[in-house]
Design a protein around this ligand. Structure first.
Ligand SMILES: NC(=O)c1ccc[n+]([C@@H]2O[C@H](COP(=O)([O-])OP(=O)(O)OC[C@H]3O[C@@H](n4cnc5c(N)ncnc54)[C@H](OP(=O)(O)O)[C@@H]3O)[C@@H](O)[C@H]2O)c1
Length: 279
């Protein structure tokens, strides 16, 4: 059985460095995809209220029959619930939908700096943490200035910051800021939803080391120390993306991939993203 390394968060909680992401998996397909991932050996699942598929994740965990303490589950607070009372209620909703007693990590999904006050939201996250039904709290898509406000105005440093990172958006300014303050970086869209897989630099390294471009890209993240959770509904790719621990990239390979950075986002810009779902 593959041993996935763990990263210790700033409150001592351990998170597997490789997990399984379920963004854009249809609710009806989520239980099956998550069961596939658990069978392959993944022990960390990344979902969100926004994805509409927390239910399938919880069903898979229960059906697989694993000890709850042997799987790490992350979910996220949706953008419509940033006010304190709404946030606390939404967190209970996530637990109810997952049908689990606790989540391992709960994140503010987006900071929404144009429209709300994420500091109020973070104080609600501190209340959730004090309640004991979440093992660690963090944020997602927070820029350094957003994190700085949390440091200045509250008493808790986020355990993790989940941000877009891949070879075309290395996001090193945010990663370095996270590292400086002991915040674990989680790299979302780690293969840029497939966009980096034809890149000549990555393809050439993959041919040389006898691995696929996806494996090389995911291994690059692992060697940079980030946490990743590639998404796939394809069993062979779920297996492929898990097979990252029987080879290593050289420092030169890591640097060559890092040099592909062109500041290209696949998703929204956190400074201006202001989408709030209705209802
Ligand atoms: N916090 C945030 O704001 C945020 C935003 C986006 C994502 N995320 C998290 O990050 C996770 C991963 O990001 P993502 O889903 O956007 O993108 P991703 O993991 O970079 O890419 C997923 C896409 O690549 C394909 N793929 C997967 N493995 C492959 C392989 N080995 N070879 C070729 N193609 C492959 C998948 O196709 P098939 O499924 O068809 O196989 C799917 O189309 C999400 O699921 C979610 O948990 C968080």
């Amino acid at each position: 059985m593959t041993e996935v390394p763990t990263i210790t968060l700033n409150n001592g909680v351990k998170i597997p460095q490789l997990g399984f992401g379920v963004y854009q998996i249809e609710p009806a397909d989520t239980k099956k995809a998550t069961l596939d991932a658990l069978e392959v050996g993944y022990r960390h699942i990344d979902t969100a209220e926004m994805y509409g598929n927390e239910k399938g994740v919880g069903e898979a965990v229960r059906e697989f029959g694993i000890d709850r303490s042997d799987v790490f589950i992350t979910s996220k607070l949706n953008n419509s619930f940033h006010a304190r009372d709404a946030a606390l209620k939404a967190f209970e909703g996530t637990l109810a939908t997952l049908d689990l007693d606790y989540v391992d990590l709960f994140l503010i999904h987006w900071p929404l700096p144009m429209i709300g006050d994420y500091v109020e939201t973070w104080k609600a996250m501190e209340e959730m943490y004090a309640g004991g039904k979440v093992k660690a709290i963090g944020v997602s898509n927070f820029q350094p200035e957003h994190l700085q406000r949390l440091f200045d105005e509250t008493g808790t440093v986020p355990a993790a910051n989940q941000i877009e990172v891949h070879p075309y958006l290395t996001n090193d300014v945010v990663r370095d800021f996270d590292a400086k303050y002991g915040i674990a970086t989680e790299a979302w869209s780690p293969i840029a939803q497939g966009k980096v897989l034809d890149d000549k630099t990555i393809v050439d390294i993959a041919e040389r080391v006898g691995k696929s471009p996806a494996q090389v890209t995911l291994r690059w993240h692992i060697q940079r120390g980030d946490i990743v959770f590639p998404k796939s509904v394809t069993r062979s790719r779920i297996e492929e993306n898990f097979a990252l621990f029987d080879f290593e990239l050289t420092d030169a390979d890591v640097s060559a991939i890092t040099a592909l950075d062109r500041g290209e986002r696949t998703g929204p810009d956190p400074d201006t993203f202001d989408y709030v779902p209705k209802g």
